[in-house]
Design a protein around this ligand. Structure first.
Ligand SMILES: [Zn+2]
Length: 125
């Protein structure tokens, strides 16, 4: 299996949930941080696979995903004010899971690897 280097070279996953009240420079800075986090994660997976040729890519990617979920849940803890509007979408474990599942769906569908030429439902000419 070849390494997905082209993932980070042509990363085009869009940033979701950018607040409308941010000015452009804030949005640009947030986009850059998002892009850096995305690229570093893919590069780190590639470097793990390079360093250990025996490592199964599924194990590396499952670990990266588990770490990303851990970090996301840590970062999205509500602030403690029960009336906070910013935290309404993450105010309970169920709300956070719903938010996380929506992001997983959107990022998966935006990935150039969402569809594979080897998918069994792909028509063969
Ligand atoms: Zn809050």
């Amino acid at each position: 299996m070849s390494l997905p280097y082209e993932v980070f070279k042509s990363a085009t996953i869009g940033r979701l949930n950018i607040s409308e009240d941010m000015d452009m420079s804030d949005a640009d800075a947030n986009d850059e941080i998002f892009e850096q986090a995305f690229q570093h994660t893919v590069e780190f997976g590639n470097s793990m696979a390079e360093a250990d040729k025996e490592a199964h890519p599924w194990d590396i990617s499952d670990g990266l995903l588990a770490g990303a979920i851990q970090y996301w849940l840590y970062a999205h803890q509500p602030c403690g004010d029960p009336l906070c509007e910013d935290c309404a979408s993450v105010s309970t474990a169920e709300n956070r899971l719903r938010e996380l599942q929506q992001l997983v769906q959107e990022y998966a569908e935006e990935s150039q690897y969402f569809h594979s030429p080897h998918d069994i439902n792909v028509g063969r000419a």
